[in-house]
Write a protein that binds this ligand. Sequence first.
Ligand SMILES: NC(=O)c1ccc[n+]([C@@H]2O[C@H](COP(=O)([O-])OP(=O)(O)OC[C@H]3O[C@@H](n4cnc5c(N)ncnc54)[C@H](OP(=O)(O)O)[C@@H]3O)[C@@H](O)[C@H]2O)c1
Length: 332
Amino acid sequence: MPTSTPTGWQAWPVTEKAARRHGGLGPHAHGQARERPHGTPGRVSAVIPLPSFAGRAVLVTGASSGIGREAALAFARSGAEVALLARRADALQAVREEALAQADAAGHPATRVLALATDVTRTPQVKAAFAAAAGAFGRIDLVVNNAGVMIPGRVEEIRDRDLRAMLDVNLFGALHVMQQAAALMRRQGHGSIVNVASLGGRRAYSPIGGYSASKFALIGLTEAMRLELDGSGVQLSLVLPGIVDTPMYESGMTQSPELGQIWPRALNMPPQWVVAAIFLAARYGLRELSVPPGAGELSKLLSLTPGLADRLIRAAMSVARRSATRPKPKSS
Ligand SMILES: NC(=O)c1ccc[n+]([C@@H]2O[C@H](COP(=O)([O-])OP(=O)(O)OC[C@H]3O[C@@H](n4cnc5c(N)ncnc54)[C@H](OP(=O)(O)O)[C@@H]3O)[C@@H](O)[C@H]2O)c1
């Protein structure tokens, strides 16, 4: 289990190579191996310093799995009160128990964690979850708007119902959460919302054109709402991850083997990198943070030369395809 100090520093997985090079990055780091996180075989932990959220009330959507689950556990370890939202009540309950155990082990035995089974596509359910969390905690300081789905498919063949399913969660679901959060935080006079979009929402590629379209749309809503919230005391941040090792990526690969050939799997990031970006964006009020850093800025630069961008993406995909289909050397 990652560890936490009273100052809020937490141990996070980084690549094995980076851990060796730095001998770790913070107070816990002595280059020692820690427990491997989900989906990152061969990687060990070192330390990324994270700000403390002790005493804050945090609501995380999509908390039953992947990035949302890791974020919820990290906030609990940091001493925050956490409301967990997702559809699957049993999975949420398991995360709640894990979060309570990790908070206790990190020196926060009184931390409260709520499991609120919620479908973000249903406005009344989102309203009820916000009312329950704000009622229990007295306020909500931070909302991590993270629930999402991906159904891969080529644009030439994409089915309306698949695109609608992605828009329902990634656009309308995220909008319902933004609206509830903004209304509550305006009344409170403070608060922070972090929308988890995607680098795929800055530059699209196949076979995730429909998913990218939903994230482009979410980025549009976010940029406009950020202006609307100007001067309200409510900050709105965008976190844009690249490809992350989570159940979403796994199920995407099952649905479309082509997805596994657009990017060398060894370069997938652990979800904890995105969690670190969420912590930093919320704590320092950053408007936009991509994971890895700089990737979003590179996408914007490349959009000035679409022909060059297409050629670079095709070249990267062809390298990935060759490495995915190359026979693995036999181990002696
Ligand atoms: N993995 C990547 O490579 C990657 C890259 C860039 C951005 N992202 C974004 O990061 C976010 C988290 O993705 P992940 O990779 O952690 O995926 P994940 O492991 O599949 O988790 C998705 C979460 O969203 C929840 N969810 C889905 N539909 C929902 C609905 N209608 N109402 C409430 N909750 C719902 C799921 O819970 P239930 O099934 O229990 O409802 C689950 O907790 C998403 O917005 C995704 O688009 C992921």
